[in-house]
Design a protein around this ligand. Structure first.
Ligand SMILES: Nc1nc2c(c(=O)[nH]1)N[C@H]1C(S)=C(S)[C@@H](COP(=O)(O)O)O[C@H]1N2
Ligand SMILES: [Mo]
Length: 360
């Protein structure tokens, strides 16, 4: 039952999925704090972590702007700053649940975290350069680079880069230099990274070195080959870049394979999030999805952040196996699908994720 996850020695230890590049997740069963401590925030990278010197670092802003510019770290920090809370989930979070297995980092449920990010609005930086009215996207480019191993691939080395629509770029995207009140660490994008609230993690480019405003949609590798899915548009399955996080609930307690006492009150606990939307409700099933009960949402809602919830399960008096599922609802009553959407490829794992436990 428990072979799907490589359990760490201690239930709170981080799980290393890969060392080169570094890919680390938090065991989701260790979820406690609304704000994920920096050392417990998952790390996802495609290339070696670049060494960046903040003294010589410059952010270039170019393309469809009136006055292309270069900002130093000191100049960026002198601009009016702000702090936002934002949950970031890797688009491949939960991949180890997929049957049949798909390629990619075999994340369990811990490629997600919630932090307070401090920095400057991308809007203020683009406005300083003077946005041209024909600019439609902003490409965010990291200083990390490497060669793609499998075709289709471009020749030579590429930088990690993703674009966002100009409307999003000019709203709440942050160029962050601090995470939970500390300067960013090298693995989280030192000295400056983007934070794209409500979007999957791939948009929040780390080690930012350049912003290019473009007149046409970006066709880069991580925009059109990787981090894409199929969507029915105009009657055709069409390649679409991943964007907003999906409505989703995850169970932290009990953990997969946990033994739960019979005839007891057990506190089922987890988190739910909704990208740019809101979590209106979370429901829990303890019988594999036949019957559902409302869970209690904890704390106050924070825009773009996850919401913790709990549910008291009166466990059966008889021993046996049970499948627990949590599902979230948004304010319009939309809920998570029971089944996997095959057009999502190896991303956006937002269908029911059953947690199997043994009552005894
Ligand atoms: N420059 C750069 N930015 C990047 C990546 C990367 O490999 N290089 N990975 C992206 C992905 S897929 C995710 S999920 C998040 C993870 O951010 P974290 O490592 O701080 O958790 O960073 C994104 N930004
Ligand atoms: Mo990711």
């Amino acid at each position: 039952m428990n072979d799907r996850t490589d359990s760490p020695d201690s239930p709170s230890e981080m799980i290393t999925r890969d060392t080169a590049p570094l890919n680390v997740e938090m065991p989701f069963s260790s979820l406690r704090e609304f704000i994920t401590p920096n050392e417990r925030f998952y790390v996802r990278g495609h290339f070696p972590i670049p060494e960046v010197n903040a003294e010589t670092w410059r952010l270039k802003v170019e393309g469809a702007v009136a006055r292309p510019l270069e900002l130093s770290y000191a100049e960026l920090r002198q601009m009016p700053g702000q702090t936002i809370t934002a949950t970031m989930e890797c688009a491949g979070n939960g991949r180890s649940f997929l049957e049949p297995k798909v390629k990619g980092v075999q994340w369990d449920m811990g490629a997600i975290g919630n932090a307070q990010w401090t920095g400057v609005l991308l809007r203020d930086v683009i406005e300083r350069a003077g946005l041209q009215p024909y600019g439609i996207e902003a490409i965010l480019e990291g200083s990390d680079k490497g060669a793609i191993k499998e075709p289709p691939r471009p020749a030579g080395e590429i930088h990690y880069a993703r674009s966002i629509p100009i409307k999003k770029a000019m709203s709440n995207v942050l160029l962050a230099y601090e995470m939970n009140g500390e300067p960013l660490t090298p693995d989280h994008g030192y000295p400056v990274r983007a934070i794209v609230p409500g979007w999957f993690g791939m948009a929040s480019v780390k080690w930012l070195q350049r912003v290019t405003v473009t007149e046409r949609p970006f066709g880069g590798y991580y925009q059109t080959i990787d981090y894409v899915y199929w969507e029915e548009r105009d009657g055709f399955p069409t390649i679409v870049p991943l964007a907003e996080m999906k409505l989703k609930a995850q169970i932290a307690r009990p953990s997969m394979g946990e033994r739960v006492p019979a005839g007891a009150e057990y506190r089922v606990f987890g988190a739910a999030w909704a990208g740019e939307n809101e979590v209106a409700e979370v429901e829990v099933s303890t019988d594999g999805g036949s019957n559902w009960s409302g869970a209690k949402l904890l704390g106050d809602p924070v825009p773009h952040a996850w919401r913790f919830w709990e549910f008291t399960w009166k466990t059966p008096s008889k021993p046996g196996k049970h499948r627990l599922i949590a599902r979230a609802k948004d304010p319009s009553g939309q809920t998570q699908p029971a089944e996997r959407n095959a057009n999502h490829g190896s991303y956006m794992i937002d269908h029911w994720l059953p947690i199997e436990v043994e009552v005894r």
